[in-house]
Design a protein around this ligand. Structure first.
Ligand code: PMP
Length: 361
């Protein structure tokens, strides 16, 4: 421990949900449903699967160190230049790379109270100063975040839709916020769940890049594209920022299967549409169920919904586990009365609702 830097010394590791097999063994149950990590319940899409099979014979070779094909495909899709793109081993790796590259010890990072915990972990690990802005209705308070920026601020982190609350910032308020941020302060806009947002409401974040050279848009193939296990995400920003990030990025950070599958997944519009439609339909069912039962929930635009039991959620989490339903307690996010439920397949959600009805009765 004496060897760790000051930030790492006090750091608690990221707590992922336990693997299903481990939980089932611990609890002596089987046939559980896992609605805990915001994954795509449809499983791997057919085009991604075929691309993986096709890539297998090449696995003795190194992957394309620069992800040329995937970047070309993404650039076409997003209408950006390939030198505005950087690929990562999940967007998580890119978040870390962003800190590693741009954030020095002692500088300030501004983020919202209930947001993706990796921002807090990375801030601490890099010895930066966390400026945590109190949430407004469980979401980001952009006015307060703008007011929190000082001469020492290096980075502002915004997650939209937000994890773990599912709250969403509209186009006008986000753009007004960006206009207030000084150019020497970087803004990462984490859009891991953007595909689930109705098209009419979606943020034109990529269009904003031309006007805001300090904006970094982060996305992932882990959610709506169904590739969480392969680890591939990307950031889109000014070519100069990409150039600096590439100095620090490990070569070969995206493996061959991930690159091939992501390319194919981008083309599989049927799969994406099916995932988004399922999510919309099942989200509506959860909302109707919560309303009927008089349960408090946070309206969500993502692929999960957070229930506020207004009392310690730990016992309900444990009771749900015994019913074979694995959800996510989010005490670690500062929300000890809440449970986050990832939207699953229809029959999985049905089991979750039945278990909730029983456990909360
Ligand atoms: N950002 C947000 C807001 C997330 O919720 C997640 C996944 N939980 C990630 C980034 C990281 O996703 P990945 O590394 O799989 O791309």
């Amino acid at each position: 421990l004496a060897l760790a830097n000051a930030g790492v010394d006090q750091l608690q590791p990221y707590q992922p949900g336990k693997p299903v097999e481990e939980l089932e063994r611990e609890l002596g149950i089987s046939n559980s449903v896992k609605l805990a990590s915001n994954e795509n319940p449809l499983g791997l899409g057919p085009k991604a699967k075929a691309a993986i099979e096709q890539a297998l014979p090449e696995l003795a070779r190194y992957p394309d160190a620069n992800g040329f094909n995937l970047k070309a495909r993404l650039a076409g899709r997003l209408k950006v230049r390939t030198d505005q793109l950087i690929l990562g081993n999940g967007s998580n790796e890119l978040i870390d790379l962003l800190y590693h590259t741009f954030v020095s010890a002692g500088q300030e990072v501004v983020y919202s109270q209930y947001t993706f915990v990796v921002y807090a972990l990375a801030t601490q690990a890099h010895g930066a100063k966390a400026v945590v802005v109190p949430a407004k209705d469980f979401g980001h308070d952009l006015d307060a975040m703008a007011a929190a920026i000082t001469g020492n601020t290096k980075l502002v982190c915004i997650t939209n839709p937000n994890n773990p609350t599912g709250t969403f910032l509209g186009k006008a308020e986000l753009e007004a916020f960006l206009a207030k941020v000084p150019e020497n302060v970087l803004v990462v806009l984490d859009e891991a769940y953007t595909e689930y947002v109705d098209e009419a409401e979606r943020i034109p974040s990529i269009d904003w890049l031309a006007g805001y050279p300090n904006l970094i848009v982060s996305r992932t193939f882990s959610k709506a594209y169904g590739l969480a296990g392969l680890r591939v995400g990307y950031m889109v920003c000014h070519p100069e920022l990409v150039g600096v990030l590439n100095r620090v990025r490990e070569p070969f950070n995206c493996n061959s299967l991930a690159l091939a599958a992501a390319e194919a997944a981008l083309d599989d519009t049927d799969y994406l549409q099916k995932a988004v439609n399922l999510n919309r339909q099942e989200m509506a069912r959860y909302v109707a169920f919560f309303e009927e039962k008089g349960l408090n929930y946070i309206p969500s635009k993502a692929n999960f919904i957070t229930l506020d039991l207004q009392r310690d959620a730990g016992p309900a989490y444990e009771a749900l586990l015994r019913e074979g339903v694995i959800v996510r307690p989010i005490a670690g996010y500062g929300l000890p009365t809440c449970l986050r439920i990832s939207i699953g397949l229809e029959h999985e959600n049905q089991r979750c609702m039945e278990a909730l009805a029983k456990v909360l009765a």
